[in-house]
Design a protein around this ligand. Sequence first.
Ligand SMILES: Cc1cc2nc3c(=O)[nH]c(=O)nc-3n(C[C@H](O)[C@H](O)[C@H](O)COP(=O)(O)OP(=O)(O)OC[C@H]3O[C@@H](n4cnc5c(N)ncnc54)[C@H](O)[C@@H]3O)c2cc1C
Length: 400
Amino acid sequence: MRPNARSQLRIVVLDGAARIGAKILISGGGRCNVTHEIVRPEDFNGARPIVRNVLAAFDAEATVRWFASMGVTLKREETGKLFPTTDRAQTVLDALLRRCAALGVHVLTGHRVHDVVAASPTDDPHALRWRVRHEHGVLAARAVVLATGGRSLPRTGSDGAGLAIAERLGHRVTATVPALVPFVLGASFHPEISGVSQSVELQMFVDGKLADRRSGSPLWTHFGVSGPVVLDASRHWTLARDAGRAAEVRCSVFPGETFETIDRRLLTASRSRPRASLAGVLAETLPERVAAALARAAGLDPTTRVAEVARADRRTLAHRLSALVLPVERDRGWDHAEVTAGGIPLDEIDYRTMASRKQAGLYLIGEMLDCDGRIGGFNFQWAWATGFLAGRTAVRARCA
Ligand SMILES: Cc1cc2nc3c(=O)[nH]c(=O)nc-3n(C[C@H](O)[C@H](O)[C@H](O)COP(=O)(O)OP(=O)(O)OC[C@H]3O[C@@H](n4cnc5c(N)ncnc54)[C@H](O)[C@@H]3O)c2cc1C
């Protein structure tokens, strides 16, 4: 480090929003799911070797230690998600801003950046190569970290403008689509069971081929369907549709069972309890409202005695229960998406430092990169890890 280099170090955060950290405040239902107890590369969609290396450099334990160093203790919930013990996202944001203040980082809100422009590289590592044009003027800088997020929830300030800046600097941006997003369903039974959650297996077919299979709990709503299993699967649907491909979501409400086992189950019930109602038999496994709605959706009266259901009707019902095709009309869009799928390809950054491979002195981090995690604190872990790598390197390079 050159003498006095630290004291000359000036770090400025320019944020277009009037208040910084909007997503932290609304995340995790206002509690901020900071990370997950176990973070594996498989929890992310993105170039696996690069994701693995980034996560290894700053893992969940590092996140826990880092927050502890800022006075924020985290607690683990049954699902493995970690939240602040206060159950308040504000605790997380306050700690980050306190740390900025302690380190002398200038945080300027209401400073939307319009463009970032580079002068030709020089041999002088201390040259102010960058011009950051923002709504109140121009800032000269030696290094620039782009951390403008993706396109999800644009009213928080993350509207994709940063992706356009990166493109102008020579980066590619792959197609960006909403991910961790609910589905709007066409005419179906969902309004009848709004508010109900149950276990299902969800299968996503793209051009007729199985693209994703996962189990979990959907949440039926007045507009369609949400819930962790749907949100996690949604990226496969949105990416496929964006590429003009056919996508179909099938749902088994008897996870682990097949058409044959469900049909046998109904047949056995019709013999052993012939007077039981169809809905009553289904409700031995399913929530009552779901049982009745699914029977009706198959064109059957839920109060019909199970023994009186014709063989063909029983088989149609068993087929639906094992592979119910959800009539997905559309995803709920950017205003309801928790994250962005697509972005700047990971092979355009150096995963050890998050430095751009296109421009010296430029770093790219967080959701603007082509990597998205599943529900559970993984997207923040990605933001913390990439931010750590870029920050460490940008400061070192500056002080060398
Ligand atoms: C409702 C919701 C709940 C979520 N809950 C969780 C959760 O509990 N756990 C989890 O892990 N993840 C969660 N996420 C995802 C997580 O919030 C994001 O993945 C994460 O915030 C991405 O961090 P980032 O710093 O890359 O981008 P962002 O958090 O989006 O921050 C980008 C910042 O850049 C600023 N900006 C953008 N363009 C410009 C510009 N041109 N000039 C100046 N400033 C600009 C924006 O104002 C914003 O402050 C949630 C997301 C949503 C929408």
